[in-house]
Design a protein around this ligand. Structure first.
Ligand code: ATP
Ligand code: MG
Length: 291
């Protein structure tokens, strides 16, 4: 697909390649072209020989890795951008930031801290109004971007940008070719992303005595509580001994002693992080559990 370059896009990318701000935060409502601009920016950076990182915190409409996660990618060459290898993952637990603001912020901050590129670009959700306004504000305070890229159709980001006027900001036009996706299209894109992620999945049995649970208290509270939390189809994060996320799983069954999950993860799992989304391996979303 050919990319339309509205006035200011090339200039912004060129400036970023020259000045190399360490952390660039990209803000914009849904469908304003965040992903398109970021792809163009990363290509420009790589074309100028600048090593770059992408922290993809848009948990609903991911460019890198499966939904419900924050991911980190490291790129030195253009082909690596095309491969889109996930270097590190943090499990947020949901495809929506609502009720998951804390893991979303923690994950974005942790992965940005680990980014090794000369320039690290952070993609965000299009959630910028109401609670999204607070979320984006806290994100700016926590991540301390050296540059904010603001993609806006009108003046919808101005209240936020005014609150953080001390942070350098480039305001960019939204392309006339930017086309909105319906709720159904978004859902279909997530379904396809999950389906692809889980296509090499196999069933893995985890001993309830050996694994540890994080985020919700499960172990030691009796089977009733465990059963209530670890429902069939619940999306979970699977991590190693140090809590480093290896990938995602879908709960298949819990028979008291063993938790069976469907997962593409082959490594040994020491930690289970229950999320709140109920999902089929086909990628179909079945709803949420209370968190
Ligand atoms: N500059 C552009 N040139 C051509 N097409 C564009 C451009 N900007 C956006 N689009 C198109 O508009 C749609 C939305 O753009 P994009 O996915 O980049 O937005 P986004 O802000 O990342 O959306 P989301 O909220 O889903 O993450 C896509 O189909 C994309 O191809
Ligand atoms: Mg996007």
């Amino acid at each position: 697909m050919e990319v339309d370059l509205p006035q200011g896009w090339e200039e912004a990318a060129r400036r970023i390649a020259e000045e190399r701000p360490r952390r660039v935060l990209v803000l914009g409502e849904t469908d304003t072209g965040k992903s398109t601009f970021i792809r163009f920016l990363l290509k420009t950076l790589l074309g100028s020989g600048v090593r770059c990182s992408l922290v993809d915190a848009d948990i609903g409409q991911k460019d890198l890795g499966p939904p419900a996660t924050v991911t980190l990618g490291e790129f030195q060459f253009l082909y690596e951008l095309r491969l889109g290898k996930v270097g590190a993952m943090y499990f947020v637990g949901s495809t929506s930031p609502r009720r998951h603001l804390l893991p979303l912020l923690v994950g974005t901050s942790l992965l940005l801290e680990r980014a090794r590129g000369e320039v690290a670009v952070v993609n965000t959700t299009g959630f910028v109004r109401n609670a999204g306004f607070a979320l984006k504000g806290f994100k700016i305070e926590l991540l301390k971007p050296e540059l904010v890229i603001a993609l806006q159709r009108g003046r919808e980001l101005e209240p936020l940008l005014r609150s953080y006027a001390h942070v350098p900001c480039l305001r960019l036009q939204v392309s006339a070719r930017a086309k909105p996706k319906s709720f159904e299209e978004r859902r279909a894109l997530r379904r396809e992303a999950f389906r692809r992620y889980f296509s090499p999945a196999r069933e893995k049995r985890l001993s309830m005595e050996e694994v540890r649970f994080q985020r919700v208290s499960v172990a030691g509270e009796g089977d009733a509580e465990a059963g209530a939390r670890l429902r069939r189809n619940l999306l979970v994060g699977l991590a190693d001994e140090r809590g480093e996320v290896l990938g995602l799983g879908i709960v298949k069954s819990l028979d008291g002693r063993a938790l069976s999950v469907l997962t593409p993860v082959r490594e040994e799992v020491a930690v289970v992080q229950p999320g709140s989304l109920l999902l089929r391996e086909s990628g179909e979303e079945l709803g949420f559990v209370r968190w």
